[in-house]
Design a protein around this ligand. Structure first.
Ligand SMILES: NC(=O)c1ccc[n+]([C@@H]2O[C@H](COP(=O)([O-])OP(=O)(O)OC[C@H]3O[C@@H](n4cnc5c(N)ncnc54)[C@H](O)[C@@H]3O)[C@@H](O)[C@H]2O)c1
Length: 330
């Protein structure tokens, strides 16, 4: 099984994980002893399935929330534990490859607040960062959008780019049906890899097992967002292409150890000082694109602050009565 757990607001979530191990699968509230536990009423928590999350947060709102999360780099009163599994063979079983649950708690007192479908939260926050990176790093006159890899997260990147008024676009995928479905949905075109890479803003969201961007594809003014390489051993661009770009990332530690930048870092061809954090550009403390000719590359590895941003939006939509969710008492 390939499984990953991401925790945000580490104090609370990490303490809970230790409790689970120490008490054979049960997590006591941290402010009471086990003997006192029965006197503490656990709250009812809403459960947001895939469609409820999507109904609660539009691509436009996801973009704004994720942008704000990068500026503040904080969780804003929430702590989350993200349980996400990835079973590539599920495609043949007719099941989603990625599944899981986001458990949301109060960062003030640890109260459980909600359970949410991981796929929906991840798709929104991943798609949104592609739009934020394009808005911040692409040329001001950039319009056309190339998508390389039109699976789940490629689709959401394209939807968010369209919501940010990029397009028309070119969709390329090794599976022509995937490219055709996305192009049909957005009124874009199916094209070759080269045609997708000829667009102003190119977003790559393949599994990252083979390069789809080569140094010979680069031309002045291009913006690349690399979303597919989010773990060790993955890369979507050859090293010569990476080092020819002005480099940005969501978070250096992740990007240098399990991101698009990692092979170039390991080869000694990219150093910390060569890479700017997107948050620093958004806060205005570091420059972004400095000329129309520069080629910019953003390495997205996926941050918990993005998930937190979407969780906030879902809870606020629920509180405002925009979306309903069944409740369970834990
Ligand atoms: N950066 C992040 O925050 C983040 C978040 C979620 C997923 N991811 C990563 O994004 C990648 C894609 O995830 P997904 O859930 O969309 O997967 P998916 O399987 O739904 O989609 C991948 C698509 O890429 C296509 N593809 C494969 N090889 C290709 C190639 N050489 N050229 C063109 N198309 C190709 C496949 O046909 C498929 O349609 C994975 O590596 C995943 O781990 C990153």
């Amino acid at each position: 099984m390939a499984a990953a757990m991401a925790a945000a607001s580490a104090g609370v979530a990490a303490a809970c994980a230790i409790s689970i191990r120490g008490r054979a699968g049960w997590c006591w509230p941290l402010w009471v002893t086990p003997g006192e536990y029965r006197r503490v009423a656990m709250p009812e928590v809403p459960v947001f399935d895939h469609d409820a999350v999507m109904a609660a947060v539009s691509p436009e709102e996801a973009i704004e929330r994720v942008r704000d999360a990068f500026v503040r780099h904080a969780g804003g009163g929430l702590a989350i534990l993200k349980w996400v599994t990835s079973f590539p063979a599920n495609r043949e079983r007719g099941l989603p490859v990625v599944m899981g649950v986001v458990a949301v708690s109060s960062a003030d007192d640890g109260r459980p607040l909600a359970l949410m479908d991981t796929r929906a939260v991840t798709a929104l926050r991943t798609g949104a960062v592609a739009a934020v990176a394009a808005q911040e790093l692409a040329r001001e006159d950039a319009r056309t959008a190339g998508i390389v890899g039109c699976g789940l997260h490629g689709r959401w990147a394209a939807r968010c780019l369209a919501a940010a008024e990029y397009g028309p676009g070119v969709c390329y995928d090794a599976d022509p049906d995937a490219a055709g479905a996305l192009a049909g949905e957005l009124g874009w075109e199916v094209g070759t890899r080269e045609e997708a890479l000829a667009c102003d803003v190119v977003t790559c969201v393949t599994p990252g097992f083979e390069p789809v961007v080569f140094a010979s594809d680069l031309r002045p003014g291009l913006h690349l967002s690399m979303l597919g390489a989010d773990g060790p051993g993955k890369a979507e661009a050859e090293i010569d292409a990476v080092v020819a770009c002005k480099l940005f990332c969501d978070e250096w530690e992740q990007a240098s150890h399990g991101g698009e930048l990692t092979p170039a870092v390991e080869a000694g061809r990219v150093r910390r000082e060569d890479v700017t954090d997107l948050g620093a550009v958004l806060r205005g403390t570091a420059p972004g694109r400095e000329s129309d000719e520069e080629i910019t590359l953003f390495d997205s590895t996926g941050l918990a602050i993005q998930d937190l941003a979407i969780c906030h939006a879902v809870l606020e939509a629920h509180a405002a009565g925009i979306v309903k969710a069944p409740a369970v008492r834990l």
